[in-house]
Design a protein around this ligand. Structure first.
Ligand code: SIN
Length: 327
């Protein structure tokens, strides 16, 4: 009886250990936007590809709409192993590296093609490694699009923004950008923006078309000015600890699935920047204002000195490389 029990225990231990080692790796992917956005669609496609190709080996759980973590907490949670992947906007890495601030400089990129050239070029690729010292790995960039300004009153020139409160992401460059036009920038989490606008605690915000539409900001902002004054793109990140502990074959497949999901997400971004703008126009809840070249030049003149202010932190060479991507 005793012998049998010992044998059973040995069997249980053996199979138990095998079972434990065969448990799928779990990737929690946390983000703050709706599923019907470039990032939401990319994350869902990533899940689909990984689970098709690595059934029983890797499971991806996607948490949209700040359900798991807001962007202000997600990177800390990643270091603690509570989440494995996220794609915060490039404006939210300032605590971890100063170089990514280049993406926040106002009127830096002419269009998304220039952004793509810069990100895929030598400097952009090097920036993916800029979080290494902090234990994070940049796996790739994802587009959303250019930001537009919204408000309760029409905004055509910098004078219209003077004294108005604008919500910004946690970026000192964005703070300086609004201070340059004598506006009052407030760093607030994305999850609070709708309520802040609805209750008129703030006057306006800056967002790409997809966030304006999917988070219904257009319903509480009667005017949206097509300024295209800055970029809102993302970096998909993971922790070095999680990434390097993955088996080599799994890491290769997961990265391949992510690269494909990003290509898909970028297509969604290109399509949605037009479609969501049109949906807002069609809704008639918000008037879309186009500014003249002369009006645009007023914004450029007021905001461009911010480049010089951050040149030492970002690096002159990096700024020049970004400018060169416009050609
Ligand atoms: C996002 O697109 O991930 C949110 C950006 C923001 O906080 O405005």
């Amino acid at each position: 009886m005793r012998v049998l029990t010992a044998a059973a225990a040995t069997l249980a231990l053996t199979f138990g250990a095998q079972f434990a080692s065969a448990a799928p790796v779990e990737i929690k992917f946390s983000h703050v936007v709706s599923e019907n956005t470039p990032k939401g669609q990319m994350a869902n496609r990533f899940k689909q590809l990984v689970e098709e190709r690595l059934p029983g080996k890797v499971e991806v759980k996607v948490y949209p709409n700040s359900q798991l973590f807001g962007d202000n907490k997600v990177l800390e949670a990643m270091m603690l192993g509570d989440v494995q992947m996220a794609a915060p906007s490039l404006s939210k890495f300032q605590k971890y590296t100063k170089s990514l601030q280049v993406f926040d400089l106002p009127f830096l990129f002419r269009d998304m093609a220039a952004v793509e050239r810069f990100q895929q070029g030598e400097h952009g690729q090097k920036l993916l490694g800029s979080l290494k010292k902090k234990g994070l790995v940049g796996l790739g960039y994802l587009h959303n699009g250019m930001k537009q300004m919204s408000g309760y009153a029409p905004i055509r020139t910098p004078a219209d923004a003077r004294g108005k409160k604008f919500r910004i992401m946690t970026s000192d460059v964005l703070q300086a950008q609004f201070e340059a036009v004598d506006a009052v920038p407030l760093k607030k989490p994305f999850s609070e923006v709708f309520t802040l606008l609805q209750t008129r605690a703030i006057d306006g915000a800056e967002n790409p078309w997809s966030n304006l539409y999917t988070k219904k900001f257009f319903e509480v902002q009667p005017y949206i000015t097509e300024t295209n004054h800055g970029l809102l793109d993302y970096m998909v990140v993971t922790s070095a600890e999680f990434w390097l502990e993955l088996d080599d074959d799994l890491r290769v497949e997961v990265k391949k699935a992510l690269d494909e999901a990003i290509v898909y997400g970028n297509q969604v971004a290109a399509e949605k920047s037009q479609a969501d703008k049109q949906a807002i126009i069609d809704s008639k809840r918000s008037r879309v204002i186009e500014i003249t070249d002369a009006e645009r030049q007023q914004w450029v003149k007021a905001m461009k000195p911010v480049w010089k202010e951050f040149e030492d932190e970002i690096g002159k060479e990096l700024i020049e490389a970004a400018v060169a991507a416009n050609k």
